[in-house]
Design a protein around this ligand. Structure first.
Ligand SMILES: O=C[C@H](O)COP(=O)(O)O
Length: 245
């Protein structure tokens, strides 16, 4: 297995049946040429964890958790709760959460600390809007997001940073060019130091995965729609694994 990460977030898709089916497809896989991870909705975490089994090489993540450990926060889940359900990593600061759920840089930082307090690996999402990129401020914007997310976190603590430009995400998005990704990967590395592994996300698919995986400074791919079928996810894993292996 290379150290290169390839994972998918299901966002708000899949009830328990399809979640179980995806997890069975992962469990059936014996050899992994990359470091796999899957990030189901909170409702499916325990089911997927049970299907994967205790020693699975597939890392399980939660899409969100509150920064407090417990309390009167109706509708929220805490880091201890998602950990109890099987998560060992925590996605924080996805642009959809920043835009729709008031996930500010301050809250991102609180959630990073909460994840680390409970031994979860933070997967911190950063990325600029189309307006910021057009104005020439993408690198500075992303560097600021990274610095604020990691404020107060000791240098030696590992973290994954997913660079996901907002304009690249989703059905209306277009994948970033490798040159732009390389520039931001270097920017993130400078802001976060050696503890950070930089992933790229935003309209990754089978056709562009290798080009994006080969970008200097990129240590993983974070895939959405193109990996929501387990066979499609495994095709991306295989194609990237063949080129990096
Ligand atoms: O969580 C994954 C990213 O938001 C990318 O989503 P996408 O591959 O569907 O553009």
């Amino acid at each position: 297995m290379t150290e290169f990460w390839v994972g998918t977030s299901w966002k708000m898709t899949k009830t328990l049946g399809p979640a179980r089916e995806f997890a069975r497809g992962l469990r059936a896989r014996r050899d992994w040429p990359v470091r796999p991870f899957v990030i189901p909705p909170a409702t499916a975490l325990a089911t997927v964890a049970a299907e994967l089994g205790p020693d699975s090489p597939v890392r399980l993540g939660a899409q969100n958790a509150h920064w407090e450990d417990a309390g009167a926060w109706t509708g929220e889940v805490s880091v201890p709760q998602v950990a109890d359900a099987g998560a060992t990593m925590l996605e924080i600061g996805h642009s959809e959460r920043r835009e729709h759920f008031a996930e500010t840089d301050e809250r991102v930082n609180l959630k990073v600390h909460a994840a680390l307090r409970h031994g979860l690996l933070p997967l911190i999402c950063v990325g600029e809007s189309a307006e910021v990129r057009r104005a020439g401020g993408a690198a500075e914007f992303v560097a600021d997001q990274v610095r604020m997310a990691l404020a107060g976190v000791p240098d030696a603590v590992p973290a994954l940073i997913a660079y996901e430009p907002i304009w690249a995400i989703g059905a209306a998005g277009r994948p970033a060019q490798p040159e732009a990704v390389a520039e931001i990967a270097a920017t993130v590395a400078a802001a976060a130091g050696a503890r950070a592994t930089v992933l790229y996300g935003g309209s990754v698919d089978l056709g562009n995965a290798v080009d994006l995986a080969l970008v200097p400074g990129i240590g993983g791919l974070f895939v959405g729609r193109a990996a929501w079928q387990v066979s499609d996810y495994l095709s991306i894993v295989d194609r990237v694994g063949e080129r990096l292996g």
